[in-house]
Design a protein around this ligand. Structure first.
Ligand SMILES: [Zn+2]
Length: 314
């Protein structure tokens, strides 16, 4: 953020260059008139998750620096190569998932370099909200993820931000097997700042309701942190799950999913079938644990290791 000009009470638009590659990250830097925390907002970490991108852009437009205490730094579109290529999950420049490249490497591949630039901004922030929207081939019920790394106080702060954001389903970032589901939480924990990831939208759509859910959530958190005045809007009932179990495909195949986001499921229930090009069954996939289906892959084409669905576990 050292590249950023502008004094207090100003809103500055600019570009973060990514050294060594032809990628530019557009930002809006809103510097308030009073002291307060610095909040980082990232949209479009995954290029096909449109509502998160639209909400980042709209938040940057709406924020009035004369009404802000502290600073809000918005990266509108964090993964432009994936967005313009309409690429699901992966950055076409190196085939990597940017959301798993943090803290990044300035000498590394394209995604690692991009992650390093974003991490450089996060280094100066007190809080990080990463806005997602269900990818082009993902259907989901809205949920938010809090960073579950970095000590109980930090985890509690992140979890509280999810509650304030207001989306009814909240899950921790770690998998039951102890692996992170994202790596921005590793990065945030190393910086000692609370971080959340919010999912609203899906299947390549850009719809007002999904964008609005993010706009309300971001504003709620900014109010909670004192960046904006006023109290966060009260939210409806919320379920805080203990874990999210993601199921990936062991084979390449033609996928038909038998469950839908929001379904209440039991371990052993049929979840879907993977077939080969002749229609012969390769795998019958079962629900691994009791819980609620958070997302499903809607694509007929599934590769080895691709996520098929996830279940939030109570
Ligand atoms: Zn995503």
């Amino acid at each position: 953020m050292s590249v950023v000009g502008g004094s207090t009470g100003q809103k500055v638009r600019g570009i973060l260059e990514v050294p060594g590659i032809d990628v530019e990250l557009a930002y809006t830097d809103v510097r308030g008139v009073d002291d307060g925390p610095t909040v980082l907002l990232t949209g479009g970490m995954h290029g096909g998750e449109y509502p998160g991108i639209a909400a980042a852009i709209e938040t940057a437009r709406r924020l009035d620096p004369t009404q802000v205490s502290g600073r809000v730094f918005v990266i509108h579109l964090t993964n432009p190569p994936a967005f313009w290529d309409r690429r699901m999950y992966l950055n076409p420049l190196d085939g990597k998932n940017l959301g798993r490249c943090f803290p990044g490497d300035p000498q590394g591949s394209a995604s690692e370099r991009m992650a390093a630039v974003v991490f450089g901004v996060a280094r100066q922030a007190n809080c990080w909200m990463d806005l997602h929207g269900g990818d082009i081939h993902e259907a989901l019920v809205p949920f938010s993820i809090f960073s579950s790394l970095g000590g109980s106080e930090l985890v509690a702060a992140a979890r509280h931000l999810c509650e304030i954001y207001g989306i009814p389903r909240v899950v921790p970032s770690g998998l039951p097997q102890g692996q992170p589901t994202v790596s921005f939480d590793v990065a945030a924990a190393s910086l000692g700042i609370p971080a959340i990831l919010a999912e609203s939208g899906g299947v390549g759509q850009i719809d007002d309701a999904s964008v609005e859910r993010h706009l309300v959530g971001v504003e709620n958190v900014l109010r909670h942190l004192g960046v904006l005045s006023g109290a966060p809007a009260p939210h409806g009932p919320q379920v805080v799950y203990s874990a999210e179990e993601r199921v990936r495909s062991e084979v390449q195949g033609f996928w038909r999913c038998l469950v839908r986001p929001g379904d209440t499921v039991r371990a052993g229930d049929p979840a879907g079938v993977l077939k080969d090009v002749y229609g012969d069954t390769l795998r019958e996939v079962a629900i691994p644990r009791d819980g609620e289906v958070l997302y499903t892959a809607t694509s007929y084409a599934i590769g080895v290791g691709d996520p098929l669905f996830s279940v939030a576990v109570p």
